[in-house]
Each structure stands twice: as C-alpha cells, then as structure tokens.
Design a protein around this ligand. Structure first.
Ligand SMILES: Nc1ncnc2c1ncn2[C@@H]1O[C@H](COP(=O)(O)OP(=O)(O)OP(=O)(O)O)[C@@H](O)[C@H]1O
Ligand SMILES: [Mg+2]
Length: 382
C-alpha cells in the first residue's frame, strides 16, 4: 500500500466538502487519496470515486475548488479524479452506513438536504431580502423550503415574508410556521414568532447564544428539501455552529456593486475560513436600477460582485437590480421573486441555478442518495 502524506491545512478545508449522496464529508469517507501544496502554491487533491461515471464528479470538483479558495499559500488547485480500490470502497460504504446511524440524533435534517447560509462581509447589503426571495422562488418551484432566521437580535424575515407567530410545539419539538407558495411551502422559525414574554426571557438569559442552535436542533424539519439560514450581520458563532452540526452547509455571499470591496472581501473570506464553510458563490444585490422603459442605470457603481467572486475563486451567481419591492414585505403585496420585474427574473434565475446545478434537492441527487435513504429507514426501524 502506498502511503502519502496528506497536507493538514488542505484536509481541514476538505472536511467541509460533503458527498451529497452519502451525507458525510469526503475526508471521513476516505475519498481523499492525495492532498498537497507545492512550493509554487499549487494544491493537488486526489479524489477516489466509487464509480467511473459518478454523476457528482463535476459537483465534487467544484466543491473541492471552492473549499480551497483563499487558503494561505494556495495559488492554483488541481483536482485529480480516480477510482477507489475495492477495499477502500467497502470501507467507504461501511463509514457511510455508520454515519447514517450516528447522524446527530438531535436534528431532523438529513445530510442530503442542502443547507445554504446567506451571509456578507458587511451589514445592510440585502441578506434578509435575498433569503426571503430565494426561499419564495424555490418554494414556487415546488420545494419545501425551511428557513432559519439566525438574526435573533434583529429579525426581519417575518415582515419580509408576511408571516407571524406564535410558534407551536409538538412532540417536544418546535413546529416552524408554514406558508404555502404555489406548489411548494415555506417553513420558517424566527425570534419574531416568539411571544414577547418568551423573547424577554431569552434576552435575559444566556440562552440567547443558543437560540439558533435550538432552531437547528429542536425544530421539526422533517420533509424539507432545502434549509436557508439568514445570517446576522457581523461576526457571530452561527456559521461555526452550522459547520459543526450540518457539515453540508454552503455559504452564499451577498455584496453590493461598489468596487471598494477589498475589505469586504477580506471579511467575507474570513467568515468562511473561520468556520471552515465553503463558499458556493456570490450574489450582487442592488446592482442597477431598471426604469420602467427598460433602461438600466448603475446607481451604485459596478463590478463589486464580479470582483468578490474572482477573489474567492467562485461564480457570480446573480445580479439583483435595485427594486424597492424587494424590501417591501410580502404583507404589502406579492414577494418580489414572483413578480414580472428585472429583480423578480434575477431571483427566479438564481433559484433555478440553485435547484438544478448548485445544490439539487435530495430527490434529484441520484440513485445512491435514494439507496441511502432506504438504508436510513431500515436502520431506524431496527
Ligand atoms: N435589491 C434591492 N432593491 C432595493 N432595496 C433593497 C434591495 N435589497 C435590499 N433592499 C433594502 O435594503 C435594506 C437592507 O436590506 P436587508 O435587511 O435585506 O439587508 P441585510 O443584509 O439583511 O441587513 P442586516 O445586515 O441588517 O441584517 C432594506 O431596507 C431593504 O428593503
Ligand atoms: Mg438581515
């Protein structure tokens, strides 16, 4: 057997890359057969697959690249795909089976459900507006979309989604508030749904720090296709908690167009690095103003989104124009994501990209995922 030394800093990052079919990270699964950085700053990662025609090949490669983006001393990433030998394959299935058994008993979120955290390097750029509208657009495609309002101190999702509390509890778990959207559904938890007395209690106690973790662990998320997390501005422990509890979490970074984005980029990169979360892509918000005649004006400059994406080696996923309807709140009319406006179209295109390429829902991920689901059910019954 050939023993290769695996670079620890590369491995730490790859620990955040989850095989969406198996619901465990590729390091734990033994799929990383090589990981090194040479003197020229070229990181080479060798991945062993279970089948040659693995449908997730492209996705795994993209996730590996995203995970290593911005790692100190890395200028370029080379991903080599090979095949695991039969012994390694058997070991992998063994680990996947155990992971299915051990999967945190405290959360009802399967490892196959994509978790998207929406964050930014600075406040007020539109994280909550993007979260609300991406949720609505995904639900309109027929998905059941869970949303956690992780901004416990400054919640804004209830207003943006036109929803109100209180949260009920059943079988010892919080029941998210539900709202049908087209063929799909939103299921939301927010501090805004707690009665004022409960909020006062939480504010006084240390419980506040744990509120988001409780939303993740103690709410009933059975049946969701997606989980979106609206991150609070500034630094918090939320991304770290997510990385620990739901290692499949990917970060969507929201930014605005001004080019003075160096500092923002550094902060955004830092957010991802500290939590070992991979960045899935950048969303530029308030990118232009499209007037009723269809002319587009770049009110706030241009290029910030593309620049940030380039710096983090990820894609610019959407440019959402300035549109007052975006922050108006669904109680004052239809959510922007459902309207026939430039902003509405950009948000629906973002949802399409997420659902078809970036993070397909559990049922669309391929046969191994379904096999594993069946396996989990058997394990549960045993
Ligand atoms: N595309 C847009 N066009 C016009 N206004 C927008 C757009 N996106 C967001 N806004 C407005 O900008 C303000 C900030 O948006 P939002 O609350 O979504 O940002 P945030 O990043 O979540 O802020 P915070 O950091 O405080 O959580 C709101 O008043 C919202 O209505
Ligand atoms: Mg917000």
């Amino acid at each position: 057997m050939v023993t290769t030394t695996l670079d620890a800093s590369v491995l730490a990052r790859l620990g955040g890359v989850v095989d969406p079919e198996l619901g465990a990270d590729i390091v734990t699964l033994g799929m990383v057969t090589g990981a090194s950085i040479d003197e020229a700053g070229i990181a080479t990662v060798a991945i062993g697959l279970t089948t040659v025609g693995c449908p997730l090949r492209a996705r795994l490669e993209r996730d590996v690249r995203a995970a290593l983006a911005g790692l100190d001393g890395v200028r370029e990433v080379v991903v080599e795909m090979g095949l695991l030998d039969p012994a390694a394959k058997a070991a992998l299935m063994d680990i996947a089976r155990r992971a299915a058994q051990d999967r945190s008993p405290t959360t009802t979120i399967p490892g196959t459900v994509p978790v998207l955290a929406i964050g930014s390097g600075k406040g007020g750029v539109g994280k909550s507006s993007v979260t609300a509208n991406l949720g609505v657009a995904l639900a309109a495609r027929g998905h059941v979309v869970g949303i956690i309002d992780a901004d416990v101190g400054g919640f804004s999702l209830p207003r943006l989604l036109g929803m109100s509390g209180p949260l009920a509890a059943k079988g010892g778990r919080l029941v998210p508030r539900s709202k049908p959207v087209g063929e799909g559904e939103l299921r939301v938890v927010s501090m805004g749904f707690l009665a004022e007395e409960a909020q006062a209690l939480l504010w006084r106690g240390l419980i506040l720090n744990k509120a988001v973790q409780q939303f993740i662990e103690d709410a009933d998320w059975t049946g969701i296709d997606y989980l979106l997390v609206d991150l609070p501005p500034g630094t918090s422990d939320v991304p770290m908690g997510l990385a620990r509890t739901l290692p499949q979490t990917g970060l969507l970074l929201v930014t605005t167009p001004p080019l003075a984005a160096q500092l923002v980029a550094a902060r955004a990169g830092d957010l991802a690095r500290r939590a070992n979360l991979r960045v899935l892509g950048v969303i530029e918000n308030m990118s232009s103003f499209v007037c009723e005649h269809g002319t587009s004006y770049e009110l706030f400059g241009a290029g910030g989104g593309a620049r940030l994406a380039e710096q983090l080696h990820v894609d610019l996923l959407a440019s959402v124009p300035f549109d007052p309807a975006l922050g108006a709140g669904a109680d004052e009319g239809e959510a922007a994501a459902l309207t026939d406006t430039a902003a509405g179209r950009a948000l629906r295109e973002l949802a399409r990209l997420v659902a078809t390429e970036l993070a397909p829902p559990p049922g669309a991920q391929g046969c191994t995922a379904r096999l594993l689901d069946a396996l989990e059910r058997v394990v549960e019954r045993a």
